[in-house]
Ligand binder design. Structure first.
Ligand code: ATP
Ligand code: MG
Length: 385
């Protein structure tokens, strides 16, 4: 069953936490709510579950308005941010609880509990009480306690925040497989963009009780539409530009960032919101930037800006480089094996015309606008200009 939140508002002591929030989650979708602490993520889950009553607006599950239904009548599985395990029950009995309430046969309960315990590699802890478990173990127990009842709707509030990277990936993959097999509509809360990208069919980014952007993970990551989303997903190259030319193939933008000595012009794809003379912010994801030592004729298709490497930091497989381009800092994430530059070395910062995209704001997002903001003009045609 799908979930629809219609114009939901919620305030505490006059302070608005959710503001006229609309959100539609499709049946069977794995939907991630991504956002910083205090943004209203837990409040949204609690409103869906009926644990908190909204001030205004309606909650629909399937086509049914459940705003006046108590939590137990909504048939929702909930993994709470603080686990909420029963302290007087063992791991086994915590996991079995939901099935016992439904009067499932004990032999079936045994079989199912063992199966789920093994899914998250926690079989050895089955006789322990919650106080004897680590934070990560408690999270995995809470997760399978919700999964075992096979709810049609599953709400998960930061269920993997205490797991190490490897356990997070395996548990995340297990969760996604179970979710797809059962087809349950899932809402997953996190402030971690890697989890959002690993798990989400779509991701909503929440900023102070309002949704900034709803998108498939890759699109969100590489084409954020607002400055808040861009910074949250690490797309921190934000160039203030003026559009100085639009032609049938693309556009030319002049970079206005203060500190630049000579004005720099870059070629970019053409977007519907572009107008000649208009000032706009363009965003370039750090992974879309490469560094070169020489200004080769073969790179004529790329935008090239002269700069000096001023910082590099280790980032797993890649290196994060900061380049000073005459007063404007640009950031690049480069695979380690392609990185042989030294600090203070002069470099060419290179990116294709389709790398920069406009931060065109919340209203620009589909489907409300009726069209996508991004027009992928053929780069090769653009380069013919
Ligand atoms: N019962 C309450 N009384 C007063 N204020 C509350 C209450 N519950 C939540 N809030 C406030 O509402 C805002 C949103 O809280 P919420 O728990 O939904 O945030 P969150 O996005 O889940 O944050 P986190 O990532 O830290 O868990 C916060 O400013 C919080 O202080
Ligand atoms: Mg929370």
């Amino acid at each position: 069953m799908g979930i629809a939140l219609k114009k939901i508002s919620k305030s505490y002591n006059g302070q608005a936490v959710l503001k006229n929030l609309n959100l539609e989650i499709n049946r069977g979708e794995f939907h991630v709510l991504l956002g910083p602490s205090g943004g209203g993520k837990t409040t949204i889950l609690s409103v869906i579950a009926g644990l908190i009553r909204q001030d205004n607006g309606d909650v629909l599950i399937g086509k049914r308005n459940v705003s006046n239904l108590s939590p137990e009548k909504r048939k929702i599985g909930f993994v709470f941010q603080d686990y909420a395990l029963f302290p007087h029950l063992t791991v086994f009995d915590n996991v079995a609880y939901g099935l016992r309430v439904k009067n499932v046969e004990e032999s079936e309960i045994n079989q199912k509990v063992e199966y789920y315990l093994s899914k998250v590699s926690i079989e050895k802890e089955k006789g322990k009480f919650s106080r004897q478990l680590s934070g990560g173990q408690k999270q995995r127990v809470a997760l399978i306690r919700a999964l075992i009842t096979e709810p049609e709707i599953l709400l998960l509030d930061e269920p993997m925040s205490n797991l190490d990277a490897l356990t997070k990936e395996t548990t995340g993959n297990e969760l996604k497989t179970i979710q797809q097999e059962m087809g349950m509509t899932t809402v997953y809360v996190t402030h971690n963009q890697d989890e959002a990208i690993l798990l989400g069919d779509r991701v909503s980014v929440l900023n102070h009780g309002e949704i900034e952007q709803i998108e498939a993970p890759d699109e969100l990551f590489y084409h954020p539409k607002t400055e808040f989303v861009a910074r949250f997903v690490g797309a921190k190259n934000i160039l203030k530009v003026r559009i100085i030319e639009i032609n049938q193939y693309g556009a030319v933008a002049q970079v206005n960032n203060s500190g630049l000595g000579q004005p720099v012009q870059i070629r970019v794809n053409k977007y519907p919101i572009f107008e000649k003379g208009k000032e706009i912010n363009l965003c370039i994801h750090p992974e879309k930037i490469s560094l070169k030592r020489e200004n080769k004729a073969s790179d004529v298709n790329l935008n090239r800006i002269r700069g000096k490497l001023i910082n590099k930091t280790n980032n797993g497989n890649g290196l994060k480089a900061t380049i000073d381009t005459n007063g404007m800092e640009l950031h690049a994430t480069i695979p380690k094996d392609l990185f042989d530059f030294k600090i203070h070395e002069d470099v060419w910062v290179c990116f294709a015309p389709d790398a920069p995209h406009p931060l065109c704001g919340k209203k620009c997002r589909a489907p409300e606008a009726g069209r996508r903001c991004l027009v992928t003009t053929q780069v090769d045609r653009l380069l013919g200009c």
